[in-house]
Design a binder for this molecule. Structure first.
Ligand SMILES: Cc1cc2nc3c(=O)[nH]c(=O)nc-3n(C[C@H](O)[C@H](O)[C@H](O)COP(=O)(O)OP(=O)(O)OC[C@H]3O[C@@H](n4cnc5c(N)ncnc54)[C@H](O)[C@@H]3O)c2cc1C
Length: 403
């Protein structure tokens, strides 16, 4: 098996975990769980991943991520790349603006990525137990007693861990068991369609239609033939209806649908809790580590994995988590500014996308929200004023039924 390189981030040193002899149970064998497992096993911790699926069979799905994934994952990430995006086209109300990217965004195949991460975690020494559903945790005096149910036969088992990491997604049972409040979620629906004849495979199209969604529609080509057309909404059924209307109006035929609920970041979730003598951490979607501008969670989940690993190895300290929090908060600020936008605001926004603003957007990856905001503030203060209006005239980004 070819081993990809995990560059150990600063703060995670080889062998640190073995010195402390920590036994870590990671609940959830997906992107953020397997990456956390690799980092901790490489540092020397005794790591077991508990995944409820019977086998490694991640749903195939194409995702768009920033090029930062390359820096974080190296070869493992590279193997999952199926296309590169060099341009964004923004549409609203008959207007359009084109934004070239200096560093391409990457289209990745999720199942390939997760397989690669699982192989890597195992190669680093982590044990993966499939068909094990996490049920409960409680203090056992020296650490944590973790209750697990075998998927086949429903047999209940227990194991000991000093640390439990919840990497079990938006509806995390680990978070619930350790007393974290439930996080808000929004529905994401997308259809696989044929790439329109007038569209290049290195371009993503985005439509702002505030009557349908405070977010946006996207069309992301995964190959010269196929693309994912989707949107994030507030109500599941209404979001699906919007997508169907959109496809009918523009002549798209769905080849299949994908969807799920994803977390909305509305404030930083502290990632660590103590349960008796044990420690519990959350990472990825379970901790709401999702950019609320685009609702992308892959790269931020990897950063969360580095942060949580640092915190486990360094007694709670993590530079990466501090920096991730700053980044997610800036995305929240940007989302709040545009969440209240009316059609007229979007029209002006696209009109104002002059050369200097486009340059600032294209120079940075979409993860570097703080740099983008600063650059836009300097080069195009009118845009920021427009956004500020949205911020002052409401500010909540939670789905209406969640206040
Ligand atoms: C349709 C769709 C499109 C998306 N597009 C993008 C995109 O283009 N770019 C982007 O960056 N992000 C995108 N996202 C978001 C991204 O997929 C998530 O942020 C990311 O997958 C989160 O990874 P995770 O490992 O934290 O959680 P998950 O991938 O949700 O993994 C959780 C794992 O935990 C397991 N599990 C759950 N409960 C238990 C239990 N009790 N016991 C044991 N195991 C359990 C599950 O089986 C699963 O394997 C998209 C999401 C969806 C739904």
């Amino acid at each position: 098996m070819k081993r990809g390189k995990v560059k150990l981030p600063q703060g995670i040193e080889r062998g640190t975990g073995s010195k402390s002899g920590q036994q870590v149970a990671i609940v959830g064998g997906s992107a953020s769980g397997f990456f956390t497992a690799s980092l901790l096993a490489r540092a020397g911790c005794s790591v077991q991943v508990l995944e409820r699926s019977e086998q490694l069979d991640p749903t195939p799905r194409t995702l768009i991520v920033t090029s930062h994934m390359r820096t974080l994952l190296g070869e493992i990430g590279e193997r999952a790349v199926v296309n590169e995006i060099r341009k964004f086209e923004l549409y609203t109300d008959g207007r359009s603006a084109h934004v070239p990217l200096d560093r391409p965004d990457l289209i990745i195949e999720r199942s390939r990525l997760i397989r690669g991460l699982a192989e890597q975690a195992q190669a680093e020494g982590a044990k993966i137990s499939f068909g094990n559903r996490f049920m409960s945790l409680e203090s056992n005096g020296t650490g944590l007693r973790v209750g697990v149910e075998r998927q086949q036969g429903g047999k209940a088992e227990e194991l000991h861990a000093d640390v439990v990491v919840g990497a079990d997604g938006a509806l995390s049972r680990v978070a619930q068991a350790a007393g974290w409040p439930r996080q808000p979620t929004v529905p994401l629906v997308q259809a696989i369609v044929r790439v329109p004849a007038d569209m290049r495979p290195d371009t993503v199209r985005v439509w702002f239609i505030p009557d349908d969604t405070p977010y946006f529609y996207w069309l992301i080509p995964e190959s010269p033939e196929r693309a994912a057309l989707g949107l994030i909404g507030e109500d599941g059924q209404e979001t699906r209806r919007c997508l169907e209307r959109f496809m009918e109006k523009r002549g798209f035929t769905p080849l299949g649908f994908q969807g799920a609920r994803i977390p909305v970041y509305d404030r930083w979730t502290p990632v660590e809790r103590r349960v008796g003598a044990g420690k519990v951490f959350l990472v990825g979607d379970a901790a709401g580590q999702v950019k609320v501008t685009t609702v992308g969670g892959i790269v931020t989940g990897f950063r969360g994995a580095i942060g949580v690993s640092e915190a486990i190895l360094n007694g709670g300290e993590s530079r990466e988590l501090r920096s991730l929090r700053r980044e997610l908060d800036v995305h929240l600020l940007i989302r709040k500014t545009i969440h209240q936008f009316k059609q007229a605001d979007y029209s002006r926004l696209v009109d104002l996308m002059n050369a200097s603003t486009r340059r600032s957007l294209s120079q940075y990856t979409r993860d570097e929200a703080a740099s983008i905001l600063w650059h836009i503030a300097l080069s195009q203060p009118r845009l920021l004023l427009l956004g500020l209006r949205g911020l002052l005239s409401g500010g909540s980004i939670l789905p209406k039924n969640r206040g």
